[in-house]
Design a protein around this ligand. Structure first.
Ligand SMILES: [Zn+2]
Length: 292
């Protein structure tokens, strides 16, 4: 299988939409960077989110998108008037190529410390997919990440005035992590959530629920869904931007300003969609033989 085809297949697996529209999403498609709220900016591609939280004490970057994305992400950061050198931390959502494949290069460019759930560390350090991942047979290796450190669930990563909290949300992968912080603009404070993927996905012929490589996947995912739904959540950015209606909200930015991104129901809606997807996946699992 060609790399491109594998990427498309992995995109479909990662995104697992009902309509198959994930095939139309170009992970590396061009995207102008833009302000989200306060000192937080979208610096990702058209298909994969990356968010920069800025301060005079340095910046925090969440995710690095694909191995092809770092030059684009770095250009976005410079275009906004910031320096890649000033990134102190890179936070990972989950240990798959489409979100973490660009972290190695961005870490090298910036010298930043990369923070992730302990369960994601081995994949990030080695660049090799986890054999216990229900998507294993469809996953590609990625560049190994240096200068890694584990965070604890609930740990607050601080940098000058910035405080970003790690919320472990496993299920899609074992190391899945969502990140939350507050942003201030014009005297108004909002809670921002960078939500990890909540998609129940398995490779062809593999089960999601009852997969011997990840027996707690369903229970983990259900707990993570409840957790995301309960978060204070004014502005949601999901790891795949189209899954949280980011582009529909951005279309309103020219008339509404950054208030366009505020939607107090966004996290609950994101979880509701993921719950429907899980139910469909469980139907599929019921027709899939247990993996020997
Ligand atoms: Zn994924």
């Amino acid at each position: 299988m060609t790399t491109r085809l594998r990427h498309l297949l992995a995109a479909a697996l990662c995104a697992a939409t009902f309509t198959g529209s994930a095939f139309a999403v170009d992970w590396n498609g061009p995207q102008e960077p833009f302000a989200l709220y306060g000192s937080t900016y979208y610096v990702g591609t058209a298909g994969i989110s990356a968010v920069l939280i800025t301060s005079t004490a340095g910046h925090i970057l969440i995710d690095g998108a694909t191995p092809q994305a770092p030059a684009q992400i770095a250009a976005h950061i410079r275009q906004l008037g910031f320096k890649v050198d000033d990134i102190r931390y890179i936070l990972a959502s989950h240990e798959h190529l489409d979100h973490a494949g660009g972290i190695a290069a961005l870490q090298k460019m910036s010298g930043a410390t990369v923070l992730a759930s302990p369960a994601a560390l081995e994949v990030l350090r080695s660049g090799l997919p986890d054999k216990g991942d229900p998507q294993f047979s469809a996953l590609d290796p990625m560049p190994p990440v240096a200068n890694l450190r584990a965070v604890r669930d609930g740990e607050v990563v601080t940098l000058g005035p910035l405080a970003v909290t790690a919320r472990f949300t496993p299920g899609h992968t074992k190391g899945g992590t969502s990140w939350t912080w507050r942003a201030i603009e014009g005297g108004k404070t909002v809670d921002i959530v960078y939500a990890d993927s909540l998609n129940a996905v398995a490779a062809d012929g593999a089960r999601f629920d009852g997969n011997p490589g990840y027996p707690t996947a369903k229970a983990d995912l259900e707990r993570s869904m409840a957790r995301i739904a309960a978060l204070k959540c004014d502005v949601l950015v999901s790891a795949h931007p189209e899954f949280s209606g980011l582009w529909e909200r951005k279309a309103r930015q020219p008339t509404m300003g950054n208030a366009a991104f505020i939607d107090g129901n966004a996290c609950r809606a994101y979880v509701a969609t993921a719950r429907v997807r899980l139910a469909k996946r469980l139907d599929t699992d019921a027709q899939t033989a247990p993996v020997k």
